[in-house]
Design a protein around this ligand. Structure first.
Ligand code: HEM
Length: 451
């Protein structure tokens, strides 16, 4: 059985300078191996103090019991602010609460059915795009996954496929934006000197402006269609026509641009990463792939059939466990706190790390192995409840969690029903944390049509 790739941990003791250099290169390999065993770890540097918590009681305190006392820090958002403005991902307090009251209804359970047909169409389109490449040559899978996930988000949000001119342009600019922002990880996880967040390059600001301009065009056109009573019933229409139940106010066009920007970013990067890693894991575990393909072949293609894609869902969960697209989240203390036996002062960074929790030796058997069948075993229930946070938890939980799980199942079913995926010998992806956990140099797989 092939063990899925895992970054090599750093030496237990390194200098601050070395630590910062490692951080800049990749936050995953900048961490010592003891974090896969510890309940909590503290880091002190001249610039910042932070604790990483793996203790379920502390995670519950921060995420579920007293989330208002542990807001997102302004510094975290600084790297993303030019693109995301005041989007729900970055705000805190009353503004955030109001935004969630308007957004959440669009993603509630029953509404998933409305997005299903568009997800299904995107799955068929993704399978068709692979057809000319399915002759056994190495195919860049992250690229295909990214294309498919962007297609899903454009179709479900604005009822336009990725081939649409504005969708194409936005997609291209998003990629340029990511390339222009290599400092994100460092700025996001190190509460550094004050100048750090202002290091947006001119290219970052320029691509952010272009993306926001394109989105503003889509939002304005949609506002007109809503006014004329001609708007499709997609996510954009739902969000733009939902009043805040407390004030009766809707999002202004500017606020809607902020929210759409985060839906594109959160919805497409994360789902693409999940799809890419799941396909890689299946390619390296052919027996499991065979069973998943049988399940895919039996899929009715209807919404009601989704719940039958059990193994495919468990493969997705395993990919989310081993390669959580959001590897770490950061909060800040707003008053003195006592965590286990340590006193924390106000302003301490609290790091929650799905990456370490999901591979924690105290919670998981064979923590680094790919074993989708573990999700059917009773002993996984407890680990899943205490140490599985791919979508976070509590009031700030990802609103797109149900959407993302359905999307992953639909896309995987579409691809596995038609194709077989095989690894390229010697070409093992190296996980690194960019905006999401990606492979350092892409993921290449051989794709073959199934008989
Ligand atoms: C596999 C796919 C996905 C994963 C793993 C994921 C994960 C997460 C996580 C961990 C957070 C919390 C971040 C934090 O607190 O710092 C989050 C927040 C968020 N996600 Fe997702 N997400 C996924 C897909 C989506 C999709 C498809 C959408 C929308 C279409 C979406 C929209 C959002 C939004 C708006 C937030 C901010 C919520 C808030 O702060 O109140 N996500 N996501």
């Amino acid at each position: 059985m092939t063990l899925p790739p895992k970054p090599v941990a750093r030496a237990p003791r390194v200098s601050l300078w070395r630590h910062l250099r490692l951080f800049r290169a990749d936050i995953l390999s900048a961490q010592p191996a003891r974090l896969y065993r510890a309940w909590m770890a503290e880091f002190r540097t001249p610039f910042f103090r932070s604790v990483l918590i793996n203790d379920p009681a502390l995670l519950r305190r921060v995420l579920n019991e007293r989330p208002r006392d542990f807001p997102k820090s302004d510094r975290i958002g600084a790297g993303l602010r030019p693109l995301l403005g005041d989007s729900v991902f970055l705000t805190n307090g009353a503004t955030w609460e109001r935004q969630r009251r308007i957004i959440d209804p669009a993603f509630e359970g029953g509404k998933l059915r409305d997005s299903f047909a568009e997800m299904h169409a995107a799955g068929a389109a993704a399978a068709a795009r692979l057809a000319p490449l399915a002759d056994g040559r190495p195919v860049e899978i992250e690229e295909q996954a990214s294309h498919a996930a962007a297609d899903v988000i454009f179709r479900t949000l604005f009822s336009i496929p990725i081939e649409h001119e504005t969708a194409q342009a936005t997609y291209r600019e998003f990629h340029a934006h990511q390339r222009s922002q290599p400092l994100l990880n460092l700025a996001a996880f190190v509460k550094g000197p004050r100048w750090m967040p202002r290091l947006h390059s001119r290219a970052t600001r320029r691509t952010a402006r272009r993306i926001r301009g394109l989105i503003a065009g889509l939002v304005a056109a949609r506002a007109e269609a809503i006014a004329a009573g001609e708007a499709p019933r997609d996510l954009a229409t739902k969000i733009m026509t939902t009043p805040d139940p407390e004030t009766g106010e809707r999002f202004s066009p500017d606020e809607m641009v902020d929210q759409v920007a985060i839906f594109f970013l959160a919805g497409h990067e994360t789902s693409a990463a999940t799809l890419g890693w799941t396909l890689y894991l299946l390619a390296t575990h052919p027996q499991i792939q065979k069973r998943a393909a049988q399940e895919a072949a039996a899929f009715s293609g209807e919404f009601a059939g989704l719940s039958k894609l059990k193994l495919i869902r468990d493969c997705t969960r395993e990919a989310l466990r081993l390669y959580p697209p959001v590897p770490m989240m950061v909060r800040e203390t707003t008053r003195p706190e006592r965590f286990r036996d340590r006193d924390l002062r106000r302003g301490t960074q609290v790091v929650l790390s799905p990456w370490h929790l999901h591979r924690h030796e105290r919670f998981w058997d064979d923590p680094d192995g790919f074993d989708p069948d573990r999700w059917g075993r009773a002993d996984t229930k407890d680990s899943a409840r205490r140490a599985f946070l791919p979508f976070s938890a509590g009031p700030r939980v990802c609103p797109g969690a149900g959407f993302a799980m359905a999307e992953a199942a639909v896309l995987l079913a579409a691809l596995l029903a038609r194709y077989r995926f095989e690894p390229v010998v010697g070409d093992v992806p190296v996980p690194v944390a960019h905006l999401t956990v990606r492979s350092k140099a892409g993921i290449r797989l051989r794709v073959m049509a199934r008989d």
